[in-house]
Design a protein around this ligand. Structure first.
Ligand code: UDP
Length: 251
């Protein structure tokens, strides 16, 4: 049952809790299995519909986590409920916690120079046993393989890539082709939060599942991106109607 994937608009999500995700990722880290982890929100799912290359990339991920309540609602609507939402930011914190406990090597790549530096400083304070294999800002030519060679050469067990989608997943795919091991995950704007530059919504807002509204108020420039959510739900309704028609026809 655990291993069942739940397809939402063609993206195969793993139906695992946060704890189950972390347990599996730790096992893979211990076994030196390279792993492509994607945390996908409705915006990413909608984007993948428009970009075939990106869509095919997502199909190659070892794990796809349901990042956000929109995905959970969609799964329920489609009659294939998933256990819980697994926010990318929390998965990142969990992976850092595990890396700290097991003395794993972490590479931070992405965001502006001063942001990634602060994020790494904060991470070192929060997790004193963390082994920082290195860090680099995210404003370089992403098609230049020199960076892949560099990161690979310091042999990280965990690579956090904060370029925003689809850039981060495209880079990770190339990186993992070259690297021998490591868990690589795109973490979007998480370094901005870890550095203290951007704030996550207060606990109560997160509980009420209206984090998107809080973000919108704090950062009106996100408005255009937020429009992906209603369009996403509309697509989910379409998928549901299609499945209903198919069922009727087949019965
Ligand atoms: N970013 C980066 N390199 C780039 C573009 C963006 O490192 O070429 C970083 C940016 O500084 C931010 C993160 O990627 O920390 C997320 O950026 P954005 O908000 O544009 O991405 P989204 O949240 O839309 O995926």
């Amino acid at each position: 049952m655990d291993d069942k994937k739940v397809s939402i608009l063609g993206i195969p999500f793993d139906n695992l809790t946060r704890v189950e995700f972390l347990a599996r990722l730790l096992a893979r880290m211990e076994a030196n299995q390279k792993t492509f982890l994607v945390t996908a929100n409705p915006e990413i799912v909608m984007y993948a519909k428009e970009d075939d290359e990106y869509y095919n990339l997502l199909l190659k991920a070892d794990y796809v986590a349901p990042d956000g309540i929109g995905i959970v609602r969609a799964a329920k609507k489609l009659g294939t409920p998933i256990k819980e939402r697994v926010p990318g930011f929390e998965l990142m914190l969990g992976l850092l916690e595990l890396s700290n406990m097991h003395k794993k090597r972490v590479y931070f790549i992405g965001a502006k120079e001063e942001i990634v530096e602060k994020a790494v400083n904060n991470a070192e304070k929060l997790w004193p046993n963390l082994v920082v294999a290195g860090y680099h800002h995210g404003y370089f030519d992403h098609s230049d393989s020199a960076m892949i060679d560099h990161v690979k050469s310091v042999e990280p067990d965990l690579i956090l890539v904060a370029f925003g989608f689809p850039r981060q997943e495209k880079w990770i795919h190339e990186y993992l082709k070259a690297a021998g091991h490591g868990i690589a995950v795109g973490v979007g704007g998480s370094f901005d939060v870890l550095s203290g530059k951007a704030k996550r919504a207060p606990k109560i807002v997160q509980k009420l599942h209206v984090e998107w509204l809080y973000r919108l108020v704090k950062q009106p420039s996100r408005y255009r991106r937020m429009l992906a959510l209603p369009a996403f739900m509309q697509e989910v309704n379409k998928q549901k109607a299609l499945e209903k028609t198919k069922k009727k026809r087949d019965s």
